[in-house]
Design a protein around this ligand. Structure first.
Ligand code: PEP
Length: 246
């Protein structure tokens, strides 16, 4: 059975009041072939799970450590314990602002899999790489750097850095071409036909979602800004559902 994934990344936004408001305005009929998840800031994971039981829970990051004297860190096991299903790893904001390397991201990915959760590995080129025509090379390198030796229980999110939070969206052709490159590379790294779902992220909104989610190689979306708006996020969820019939 094909599954489409829609994951909202709330980044450092939200409060108990905004979660209550989101839940009161959220109106979307779930579907067994659509997995809708939200990654709120860590303190709100429990609150979101209790308030919006129809949505799956995700986290935005995790530690490579299981437990111990690591002040400020949150382990994948703890995220599993509070009901998370997915953990983002290697988001470009972590790579750029926190110096995360492919090697560290690979260790986080392994920690997430070891806890029985599904990592969402974020990859994507910056605008200089795209302008130089090096986007395929850059993304293949990120995949190889983090995925080698991993199990195939992973989602990939292709997020061109130049499209995140900028209002610029990659064209459906650019996205579809890159997703084909990613699927081939993932099969080469993990071996065989691993059939790993590949999501697109980068200024997805209700207007751009139908064309992007309708691309044959696109298996869902990772949504930042628009996921904070329950009406916009539900519209994108409907586009995701419609894409199942293409
Ligand atoms: C993101 O941060 O993962 C993202 C896709 O953000 P936005 O949708 O706001 O571009």
């Amino acid at each position: 059975m094909t599954t489409v994934y829609l994951i909202g990344n709330w980044k450092q936004h939200g409060s108990r009041a905004s979660i209550a408001a989101f839940a009161s305005q959220w109106s979307f009929e779930g579907h067994e072939q659509l997995a809708v998840a939200i990654a709120p800031p860590f303190p709100y994971i429990g609150e979101l799970g209790a308030t919006l039981p129809d949505c799956l829970l995700a986290a935005q990051d995790c530690s490579i450590q299981e437990q111990g004297a690591h002040t400020g860190e949150v382990s994948a096991g703890m995220l599993a314990d509070v009901g998370c299903r997915f953990v983002l790893v290697g988001h470009s904001e972590r790579r750029v602002h926190h110096g995360e390397t492919d090697e560290l991201i690979g260790r986080k990915l392994a920690a997430v899999q070891a806890a029985g959760l599904t990592p969402v590995l974020c990859v994507g080129e910056d605008s200089a790489m795209r302008q130089a025509g090096e986007q395929n090379h850059a993304v293949r390198g990120q995949l190889r750097g983090a995925l080698s030796g991993m199990a195939s229980s992973v989602l990939i999110a292709y997020e061109p850095v130049w499209a995140i939070g900028t209002g610029l969206t990659a064209t459906p052709d650019q996205v579809n071409d890159m997703h084909a490159v990613i699927k081939a590379e993932v099969n080469a790294v993990l071996g065989g036909d691993s059939d790993v779902p590949v999501l697109y992220g980068g200024s997805v909104n209700p207007e751009t979602a139908p064309a992007l989610l309708g691309c044959p190689h696109v298996d869902g979306a990772l949504v930042g800004g628009a996921s904070l708006d329950p009406g916009a996020f539900a519209d994108i969820a409907r586009s995701a559902l419609n894409s199942l019939s293409y």
